[in-house]
Ligand binder design. Structure first.
Ligand code: ZN
Ligand code: ZN
Length: 420
């Protein structure tokens, strides 16, 4: 069984119950006859958190049943768009694989409080067919908002999953959200402008988003080894195209300082605010045409916007998720117990909550994760040399240079044209 959203109806009244037993549903029947998509959502596991995240969108508890999902998807595959949320303890790789077999357009979200703490689990979930692994209600909400905003009235099809009816901007957001973990399409024709491209992901991002970007490369790169002070774990980016993990960082733009560049890149790739605390190395290759600095940094704790009433509820989410009874109760006493569980979770303030990082895939990465030095050795890495050189170096108390170009003459020598 799934609940569906019919976008031909008004949004706030459009939740209609679709049953595989062909229970009459006028709203759905009319929508299938028309061109737009019918969105289905299935939730597997304790659902309080998910429902909390979805409250404004679906406003009710949602059931689970794989057989009924299959029937629903097969009824009219052109118009049915399924989103599935798998919450711990229903997180089972076989379930992910089974959902993936329903079709490539199915969006599979794994909800798990360890989503940013377990690097191996992230990889396994994506390899099994998940599109997103998260512990952040806002990221969950944002993804679902994007997915359910697609009406099916555009002119373009996605070259990865062949979902049609996308507008230019919908294609721009759909592509990394659904496919950033899959391999890029090289030497491929763009569905929007028909140009042949050397890499379709980058092309769509540069030329078909809401703002045109400039393809600018300075040949200067800034990376960061970001160490969480409480437990000594390090921030790693889950790179796109299934390339494994790597340090946050990237190209410094013209007009940026080296530090500004790495802080921006850490935000874009890992969703983390960082404070740069030192320099590990300065490098120059190919007569200076390719230069790089690697910084040491610390994460800046997340501060929710409590004044606006848009209260962060990641800790609350963890508490409710841990207690399935809360998920199915609607009584006053259940509400009271939920409130006390939420208060307890917020008091304990787990590290993954205090140092939130990226779990919403976009063109920059599939997400990020905190990993220990021991875990690092078991993780697939995009390029092993930098993480395996500098993370053990920092963990072992290796020398760190000060953030002072006067005290580190290599900085001015290698980067005469950039501020530190
Ligand atoms: Zn697609
Ligand atoms: Zn194009």
């Amino acid at each position: 069984m799934v609940y569906s959203i019919n976008h031909k109806a008004s949004f706030c009244k459009c939740i209609s119950y679709v049953c595989s037993m062909k229970t009459t549903c006028k709203g759905r029947a009319s929508s299938v006859a028309m061109a737009g998509f019918v969105h289905g959502l299935s939730v597997h596991g304790p659902t309080a958190v998910v429902t909390k995240g979805l409250g404004e969108m679906f406003n009710q508890r949602l059931p689970e049943d794989l057989t009924h999902l299959l029937t629903w998807v097969n009824e009219n595959p052109k118009h049915n768009l399924l989103t599935a949320v798998i919450a711990k303890p229903a997180w089972d790789y076989r379930l992910i694989t089974a959902l993936r077999s329903l079709g490539r357009t199915c969006y599979i979200i794994v909800w798990h409080s360890d989503a940013t703490e377990d690097g191996i689990a992230r990889i396994q979930a994506f390899q099994s067919g998940a599109n997103m692994v998260t512990n952040n209600p806002e990221h969950l909400h944002e993804a679902l908002q994007h997915i359910t905003s697609i009406h099916g009235s555009g002119n373009f099809s996605c070259p990865w999953c062949e979902l049609g009816g996308l507008s230019e901007h919908e294609l721009w957001r759909h592509q990394p959200l659904y496919h950033i973990y899959e391999t890029d399409k090289l030497d491929a024709q763009c569905p929007a402008c028909r140009k042949w491209t050397s890499g379709l992901t980058r092309h769509i991002n540069l030329y078909h988003g809401p703002t045109q970007l400039v393809d600018e490369r300075t040949g200067v790169f800034a990376l960061a080894v970001v160490r969480r002070p409480e437990d000594g774990k390090f921030l790693m980016v889950q790179e796109r195209y299934g390339e494994g993990y790597w340090l946050p960082g990237g190209g410094v733009d013209n007009g940026e300082s080296l530090r500004q560049g790495v802080i921006r890149e850490a935000w874009e790739e890992a969703g983390a605010d960082i404070a740069v605390t030192g320099i590990l190395t300065v490098e120059s290759f190919h007569r200076g045409s390719w230069r790089r600095i690697i910084f040491l940094a610390e994460p800046v704790p997340f501060v929710g916007d409590r004044a606006s009433g848009h209260r962060d509820n990641g800790g609350a989410a963890a508490a409710v998720l841990a207690d399935p009874i809360l998920a199915v109760s609607g009584t006053d006493s259940a509400a009271a117990r939920a409130a006390s569980a939420i208060a307890a979770a917020e008091a304990s303030d787990p590290l993954w909550h205090r140092y939130r990082c990226k779990t919403l895939p976009d063109v920059e990465s599939a997400g990020a994760c905190w990993v220990s030095v021991q875990e690092l050795e078991a993780l697939p890495l995009r390029n092993a040399s930098e993480p395996l050189t500098w993370i053990p170096w920092v963990a072992g108390g290796g020398r760190v240079l000060p953030l002072d170009s006067g005290a580190v003459p290599e900085v001015a020598r290698v980067f005469p044209d950039f501020q530190l």
